[in-house]
Design a binder for this molecule. Structure first.
Ligand code: OOG
Ligand code: MG
Length: 259
């Protein structure tokens, strides 16, 4: 039996997200699906959101830190696409009614003022950045048990669920992004700590990697887009009644909780 088409893969993921039901990993039945096919499936998955009236607002990086790679057992970075309905408002509860098994993690987000042209570097990304935010990525893998290979998670739009931006925006020249500390508290107790350098040595390196990947596919990171540079800390499950607080040096704190 041949591999499924990208659209067939997307249709499975669209239904899983809509019905809030876990789906089987494609890699179990089709171990030789390649990464390019998985990105084509991601495009089709995201296209269904755009067809429903959403806008592309930017991108998310995944598995750009060892903290994340070790937690998920996948060791290559990847990217996904962020659409308008994924942006949650600071202070609002996690929209549990949309999710299967959400997890949350700390990220550094970039709001671009210029296009990032390839070949991009840390310096060119910083020059193209308007504002930096502390952020939270709410992940919701559509796969059973939150388990996946690289191709599975690429097709699943990097487990994108929702995002929060923190309350303080700063100019990149006013920060040392690799040194920005983040303290994660679960129900008040310190659970994890990390610095920005956990993400590829410097969070802007992750954005540069994305710009260069996109260029290879004829796409450009554009002025006005938001980029989530990837989990600084490992993800933690969030449950109704629980609370997770992310405190960033100089960028304020974000508390996420389940209503
Ligand atoms: C895959 C998405 C990874 C990150 O920041 O590493 C990601 C996942 O862990 O579910 O968002
Ligand atoms: Mg993430």
């Amino acid at each position: 039996m041949g591999n499924p088409t990208p659209q067939a893969m997307a249709d499975v993921l669209i239904a899983g997200e809509r019905d809030r039901t876990e789906v089987a990993q494609f890699s179990d039945s089709y171990p030789d699906i390649d990464v390019a096919t998985a990105y084509a499936a991601q495009r089709a998955f995201v296209q269904s959101k755009l067809d429903a009236g959403e806008r592309l607002v930017g991108y998310k990086l995944g598995l750009t830190s060892r903290n994340k790679q070790q937690a998920m057992g996948v060791d290559s970075p990847l990217y996904g696409r962020v659409t308008s309905s994924m942006l949650s408002t600071y202070g609002d509860p996690i929209p549990f009614e949309r999710f299967i098994h959400p997890r949350v993690e700390s990220e550094i987000a970039f709001l671009l003022k210029d296009d990032v042209v390839a070949p991009a570097t840390v310096t060119s990304v910083l020059a193209a950045t308007d504002l930096i935010y502390g952020a939270v990525d709410v992940l919701d893998s559509r796969y059973q048990g939150f388990k996946f290979t690289l191709t599975d998670v690429v097709a699943d739009n990097a487990s994108a669920g929702a995002f929060y931006l923190g309350p303080i925006a700063r100019r990149p020249e006013d920060l040392e992004l690799h040194l920005i500390g983040c303290v994660v508290r679960v129900d008040g107790e310190v659970a994890m700590t990390a610095a920005g350098a956990a993400v590829m040595g410097h969070p802007a390196a992750s954005v540069a990697w994305l710009a260069n990947q996109l260029a290879a596919e004829g796409e450009t990171l554009k002025a006005g887009q938001l980029v989530f540079s990837g989990g600084v800390t490992a993800p933690v499950p969030v449950v109704p009644g629980g609370s997770v607080t992310f405190e960033f040096d100089g960028l304020g704190a974000i508390e996420v909780y389940g209503a």
